[in-house]
Design a protein around this ligand. Structure first.
Ligand code: FAD
Length: 337
């Protein structure tokens, strides 16, 4: 294990921002991870997965530990379910495809989300009506200060919309090393009511879609809507969809009757942040090297050589304008570093 100094993170963040780590090390086993933590107790640390949910606004003045633990296996099964464990450094999409190839159901709607398996619990990733909390059985994590392993059950992860205990109560205290998913072996719960999945399946003439059909439909939709970070740097949805109280929403809705919304409980309404950004006139707008994607208002992009600060400035301008126009505060989903 070699500690590299002044290491460029340009290829380790999907925004493609040029920023350096003061020190960088990739770890391939829990033993290596423990040894790095033991040997560098006093240093500030930063944990890096696939770099697809972060905006680097400056160099990272810390020891960046890239989690590269590999491996996946079945840990338990019965006639209906299988429990599969993946190490944190596995690529998420490759893992999803592996589960589908084995006819294990539950993750197909989350095909093609970038990043690593170990990071999926951090923001409870989700797409097309399904979230990681629906199938996550437990995850194992190493406590950074005492090097003790702990298992977090699904309930202990305190999952919410793009939230978990790892972004809140125990933020930066644990490194997730592996995740166990409980997946179906038969009677798969195919979920195609969200977004354009059923329309896409109709095009494929798929009346009783299989896991691979759903995955292919999701991949096709995502490729048509979202920019490929390898071509245009981005971090997916930059903002969370704001959740407002129904009583507040009713007042705003009177003024903006075309506003899109989803009732998520008896008292709360979720508003698509992309719609707000589009209405505020930012869709497709470019500010120097940074901007808002032409087809997807929720995605901020690096047109080439943007600094993290430039992208952050665009995000702040959007937040300010939306608050002024709608009285709604939108929050970043991306981790601003
Ligand atoms: C084109 C595109 C589309 C996207 N679409 C979606 C989507 O549909 N749904 C969705 O939910 N997200 C989406 N995302 C966001 C992103 O892919 C996910 O949040 C992903 O889980 C991030 O994983 P990562 O390994 O790249 O995390 P990183 O960016 O490396 O890390 C994110 C945060 O987690 C911390 N972290 C990393 N690894 C660990 C670990 N092992 N233990 C503890 N903390 C850790 C980091 O310190 C950082 O704070 C998209 C991103 C892109 C670029």
């Amino acid at each position: 294990m070699k500690i590299l100094n002044h290491f460029s993170l340009k290829n380790f963040n999907t925004f493609g921002i040029e920023a350096n780590a003061k020190e960088f090390v990739a770890v391939h086993s829990i033993a290596e991870l423990k040894s790095v933590l033991e040997d560098h107790k006093a240093k500030k640390k930063f944990i890096l997965g696939g770099g697809s949910n972060m905006l680097l606004t400056k160099d990272i003045d810390a020891l960046v530990i890239h989690i590269d633990l590999k491996g996946k296996k079945i840990v338990k099964e019965n006639d209906d379910f299988v429990w599969v464990e993946s190490q944190a450094g596995e690529n998420w999409h490759e893992f999803v495809i592996w589960t589908i190839e084995n006819d294990f159901g539950g993750l197909e709607n989350m095909s093609l989300i970038p990043g690593n398996v170990g990071t999926t619990p951090v923001q409870n990733i989700g797409a097309y009506g399904v979230e990681i909390k629906d199938t996550l059985d437990s995850c194992s994590a190493l406590k950074i200060d005492c090097l003790e392993m702990r298992t977090f059950t699904n309930a202990e992860c305190h999952f919410g919309y793009r939230e978990s205990i790892f972004k809140n109560e125990v933020k930066e205290q644990y490194i997730i090393t592996s995740v166990v998913f409980k997946l179906t072996k038969r009677n798969h719960k195919i979920s195609i009511s969200y977004g354009d999945i059923s329309a896409e399946l109709d095009k494929l003439n798929s009346k009783t879609p299989s896991l691979i059909d759903v995955s292919n439909a999701v991949i096709t939709i995502r490729q048509s809507k979202l920019p490929d970070p390898k071509v245009l740097g981005n971090s997916g949805s930059f903002f969370k969809n704001p959740i407002v109280l129904k009583s507040d929403f009713e007042k705003i809705h009177k003024e903006f009757p075309n506003m899109k919304y989803y009732e998520i409980s008896a008292t709360e309404v979720k508003i698509p942040a992309g719609w707000l950004i589009e209405q505020a006139g930012f869709k497709g707008k470019r500010f120097g090297n940074a901007g808002v994607h032409i087809n997807q208002a929720l995605v901020l992009v690096n047109y080439g050589n943007a600094t993290g600060q430039e992208i952050l400035n665009v995000s702040k301008e959007i937040q300010k304008t939306i608050f002024k126009k709608f009285g709604i505060q939108i929050e970043a989903e991306v981790n601003i570093i």
